[in-house]
Design a binder for this molecule. Structure first.
Ligand code: DX5
Length: 283
């Protein structure tokens, strides 16, 4: 339902037609029926805003229950940060942990593979399988361009195995590294911190990388979401700037788990993202 409202909102903003502007954006955030786009509105038609928690700050002793809490808070998808202590200097969990969490929530999943090439080659089918939805819907499987020599093949294999392929870029990696696989993916993940830990500060120089990728996607008429991850908070400088530059999927770890009432967190993050997209939100 939330996604339908958001996509209705997204499709009408730039093709402005007041008749279709619902009085509510995603997560119950009220938008003004006389919506006007701000001067620095997003390039092209805004895509639906999605708030996606990273489980890294969750209590790993009761990860399934925490996933249910995130669903009840109105999140759109859940990100599982798979770290192998090799590609990043931290270690989390494998496919079985994700599989067990499926029993607690029907929310879509995404798996970010911060692992070495050896692990990707050996375990990609397993990760694609456990990331799927409760009825086998494609789950988002994210491969880092820095960890995959045969990226075109790996992304094609995710699609062939019934998953939704996505590619991630570390902060130092130029956008051009994914230009030739944009037609293969449903999402691009722009890391806005160096991967491996939560609670780090947003890197502002990533905003222009988002803007560049957004222009490629719009100009090539591709159906691709831009996701950002790292240091995302309900502020103009982070989620607002990313939304204005063209991102629509927002990973929030510490920025969401800091809220006692996570539903309020989802609402505030969504509100700031919509404002960044140029949608004026009713106070
Ligand atoms: C870091 C992870 C992020 C992290 C985000 O490598 O990929 O998802 O958990 O945490 P915050 O939002 O606290 O920066």
């Amino acid at each position: 339902m939330k996604l339908l409202l958001a996509s209705l909102l997204a499709t009408t903003v730039s093709g402005f037609n007041p008749a279709f502007i619902p009085s509510h954006g995603p997560s119950g955030v009220a938008t003004s029926s006389s919506t006007s786009t701000s001067l620095n509105a997003v390039y092209g038609k805004p895509r639906p805003v999605q708030i996606i928690p990273s489980v890294l700050p969750a209590d790993f002793g009761k990860l399934g229950a925490d996933c249910k809490k995130l669903e009840d808070a109105g999140c759109d998808r859940i990100q599982f940060d798979v770290m192998d202590g090799n590609f990043v200097p931290n270690l989390t969990f494998g496919p079985d942990t994700i599989k067990w969490c499926r029993g607690y929530t029907s929310l879509p999943f995404e798996t970010q593979l911060m692992v070495s090439e050896k692990c990707t080659d050996a375990m990609l089918p397993q990760f694609t399988e456990v990331t799927k939805g409760p009825n086998g819907e494609p789950g988002v499987v994210i491969i880092h361009v820095e960890a995959c020599t045969h990226l075109h093949r790996a992304l094609s294999n995710i699609r062939a195995a019934g998953g939704s392929p996505s590619v991630a870029l570390n902060p130092h990696t130029p956008a051009e590294m994914i230009e030739n696989v944009l037609d293969l993916v449903d999402h691009v993940l722009v890391m806005t911190v160096n991967p491996g830990f939560g609670g780090q500060a947003y890197i502002p120089t990533m905003t222009e990388k988002i803007r560049k990728i957004r222009k490629w996607i719009v100009d090539r008429d591709l159906d691709v979401d831009i996701e950002v991850d790292g240091g995302i908070k309900a502020t103009k400088e982070t989620i607002g700037a990313c939304a204005e530059a063209g991102a629509n999927c927002f990973i929030a770890g510490s920025g969401l788990f800091a809220y006692d009432d996570m539903a309020q967190g989802v609402k505030e993050l969504t509100q700031m993202a919509l404002e960044g997209q140029g949608v004026s939100v009713k106070a």
